[in-house]
Design a binder for this molecule. Structure first.
Ligand SMILES: Cc1cc2nc3c(=O)[nH]c(=O)nc-3n(C[C@H](O)[C@H](O)[C@H](O)COP(=O)(O)O)c2cc1C
Length: 177
């Protein structure tokens, strides 16, 4: 089976995961902006950073795929990927970003990323600042994994990247279905 790893990353955390997964599996990895021949592969492993629930680059990539291909998805975000409500929110949003034929919960994973506020572009800094002033006024009972992660990391440099979490994805990639 021919496979390729494609990634969408703004600041590098998702790229680091993709490059490490490439080393673990021997499968080539490529930025979605440079992925021209996605339709040639049996399996497409897509790693995408989460921005306001959207998975960077995934729509453009699946638009090049046909239904006989298998799609494996891993999202990379700051909110806790072991929180059930967070996972449900990410998946509900993913359903609006990829065709139903590619949506298979056994092939969807969630990884934790990183953020360095010193490196954020102006647009992202502004988005986070607006979100922070809104969320910091909410009572704790109204907060969820996403808003908690935002409040805890706001203005900081944090790195939750954990390559051990790639092991489960590797097993699905190397399986025969
Ligand atoms: C404007 C903005 C929006 C974000 N939205 C989300 C989000 O919806 N869910 C989440 O878990 N993380 C969110 N994050 C955190 C990023 O997903 C996280 O920093 C990720 O590691 C970025 O990956 P990258 O370095 O590959 O771009 C957001 C970050 C920014 C700056």
């Amino acid at each position: 089976m021919k496979s390729i790893i494609v990634y969408g990353s703004e600041y590098g955390a998702t790229k680091r995961y993709a490059e490490h997964l490439s080393e673990m599996t021997g499968i080539e990895c490529v930025n979605y902006k440079d992925a021209k021949d996605v339709e040639k592969y049996d399996k497409v492993v897509y790693l995408g950073a989460l921005y306001a629930g959207g998975v960077t680059g995934i729509k453009k990539t699946v638009a090049k795929m046909t239904e006989n291909q298998v799609l494996i998805v891993a999202t990379v975000g700051l909110a806790d990927p072991t929180d059930a409500e967070n996972v449900q929110n990410i998946r509900n949003s993913l359903k609006n970003q990829i065709p139903a034929a590619f949506y298979n919960e056994n092939k969807i994973f969630h990884l934790r990323g990183a953020i360095d506020y010193n490196k954020l572009g102006l647009k992202h800094k502004l988005m986070m600042s607006l979100l922070h002033s809104k969320v910091s006024k909410q009572p704790e009972s109204e907060q969820n994994a996403e808003t908690r992660a935002m409040l805890e990391t706001y203005g900081k440099i944090v790195d939750f990247v954990d390559f051990n979490s790639l092991e489960a994805i590797k097993n699905v990639i190397l399986s025969n279905n």
